[in-house]
Design a protein around this ligand. Structure first.
Ligand code: NAP
Ligand code: MG
Length: 485
């Protein structure tokens, strides 16, 4: 088994800790690679390398940086199948979804490469004569990028490409469950021509690598995607740095009495059990109108019972494994909680006796909005059905949680759809489509405890740049704003 290294200043080296950890295939529980247990000394070295490379990188014209990103897109396209198979092996999702993970990175590279020829600011009129006013996009400096394991290539790409196009350098700390995907991705970017020191990667734990990275005085920007609990810790450690947070979700699908139930059922299945429910945008709540509750429950249960679990590599698998043993225990713990709270378990609710971190697709019904299973992020293949009397109640249930990431409504009535769009507290609302499926040229992010960051699209560029306001006075006189008349 290969021992992988960390990347600092263009050199792949061992951590100064002298220790390593293993990454497992969640379908087989077998190790697939050994990785460096980085520490604060490695972080410090990596930040110094990123800081040293910054001056030159930020001077390179943005369209030239864009050309490197386009090169990365081409290499990723060439490696798409290999990378997708690696995602299946290390993270567990089914192959078509793993291909989507890589495609998202390709799309992001292309979009951000184009952004190299825009990075627009504004021009506007000054209130004074012979004075010119405009804004310009500026890089931030050294970024610390911390990512989760559920989109082991796509999420790093959402940070790395806008970070680079804006002229920043970075130190990347990938999730400890998917360091091989991260390593392979970074090697491809290296091949694309990103200069030494501009990009650095240190593997290791959140405590030993993540925290020192966030705290480091020369790290001026932090971009984090992960759980709310860690997000809160990051806010505290980072202090007044520029911090972007993409945290959890408890997303809902509203199914109105006038909905196309067949369509809604497919949306609930895809949203609830796709990626084994391990998406921040997973549809973990189905909020159904009482008039169609019985029928919809039957339709959904029939389909859930037929979902096949297995290795993501097999074409007959619908639902792959969870990421690790702890995740299986957490999901099962919530099954127990749901039963104790009085929700009715329709199907699933246990881990099958087999090798791998599998859990049966689980459906609870007769759930009420105050139950813990309806409030807390389970991050597994568990869907809770909540019955409501009308749209107002549905929207109250939708909003009655601490998170605010994604949401959806199935209805044929434009009025229902417009009221949902206007009143749901979430960063994303889908109409007649599931809670998942964002496109890289549109902003992505949430409200409330999900954090208010927007990644992807032009707003993703803003996350990784600062706005400079510029005034040019060519009057040859001392002019005072608000004071001269
Ligand atoms: P996590 O436990 O918060 O970990 C995320 C990253 O933070 C990992 O790289 C982790 O390192 C690191 N980390 C852990 N403790 C840290 C600390 N004290 N300081 C700095 N970094 C630390 O989340 P996860 O379990 O990997 O991912 C699932 C969560 O991510 C869910 O809540 C999900 O909703 C959320 N998520 C959100 C979005 C979004 O865009 N809103 C997208 C995907 C996932 P280790 O791996 O070494 O522990
Ligand atoms: Mg693993």
């Amino acid at each position: 088994m290969k021992t992988n290294r960390i990347l600092i200043g263009g050199k792949w080296i061992a951590s100064s800790s002298g220790k390593t950890f293993e990454s497992l295939n969640p379908a087989t529980e077998r190790p697939i690679g050994r990785f460096q247990e980085g520490n604060s000394a490695d972080v410090d070295k990596a930040v110094r390398a990123a800081k040293a490379a910054y001056g030159k990188w930020m001077q390179i014209p943005a369209p030239k940086r864009g050309a490197i990103l386009l090169n990365a897109a081409r290499l990723l396209m060439k490696e798409k199948e290999n990378l997708a198979r690696l995602v299946v092996q290390e993270m567990g999702k089914v192959l078509p979804e793993a291909r989507g993970d890589i495609q998202e990175a390709i799309d992001t590279a292309e979009y951000m490469a184009g952004e190299g020829r825009r990075l627009f600011g504004h021009t506007t009129k000054s209130e004074l004569p012979d004075k010119f006013a405009m804004t310009a996009r500026m890089p931030v400096g050294v970024f610390g990028l911390i990512t989760p394991w559920n989109f082991p290539v796509a999420i790093p790409s959402w940070k790395i490409f806008p970070c680079l196009i804006c002229g920043n350098t970075f130190v990347f700390k990938p999730a400890s469950d998917t360091p091989l995907c991260a390593t392979r991705f970074i090697q491809i970017l290296e091949k694309a021509g990103i200069p030494k020191g501009v990009m650095n990667m240190v593997t290791g734990s959140g405590k030993d690598v993540g925290t020192p990275l966030v705290r480091h005085k020369d790290v001026l920007g932090v971009s984090f995607t992960g759980s709310r609990d860690v997000g809160e810790l990051i806010t505290k450690s980072a202090g007044v740095k520029k911090v972007g947070l993409e945290l959890g979700g408890k997303n809902g699908i509203i199914v109105m009495d006038d909905a196309d139930l067949e369509l809604a059922m497919h949306g609930a299945i895809w949203g609830g059990y796709g990626t084994t429910g391990q998406r921040c945008t997973a549809a973990s709540r189905v909020i159904v109108h009482q008039k169609v509750k019985k029928k919809f429950e039957r339709m959904l249960a029939n389909r859930v019972k037929r979902l096949r679990i297995g290795s993501g590599a097999s074409s007959s698998t619908d639902v792959g494994p969870l990421i690790n043993r702890a995740a299986v225990e957490k999901v099962h713990h919530y099954t127990e909680i749901g039963k104790e709270e009085g929700a009715r378990l329709v199907c699933g609710g246990k881990a099958p006796k087999r090798t791998g971190f599998f859990y049966e697709p689980t459906l609870f019904t007769d759930v009420t909005s105050d139950m813990r299973i309806a409030q807390e992020e389970i991050f597994g293949p568990t869907v809770c059905m909540i019955t409501v009397r009308n749209l107002d109640e549905a929207i109250d249930v939708m909003n009655g949680i601490s998170y605010g990431l994604s949401s959806s409504i199935y209805t044929k009535d434009i009025r229902n759809a417009m009221l949902a769009i206007g009143n749901i507290e979430a960063g994303l609302t889908y109409v007649n489509s599931s809670t998942i499926g964002s496109e890289v040229h549109l902003p992505f992010g949430g409200v409330k405890q999900t954090g208010s960051t927007r990644e992807a699209g032009i707003e993703g560029v803003h996350e990784f740049s600062e706005t400079k306001t510029v005034y040019i006075d060519y009057s040859g006189k001392l002019q005072k704003a608000q004071i001269d008349t």
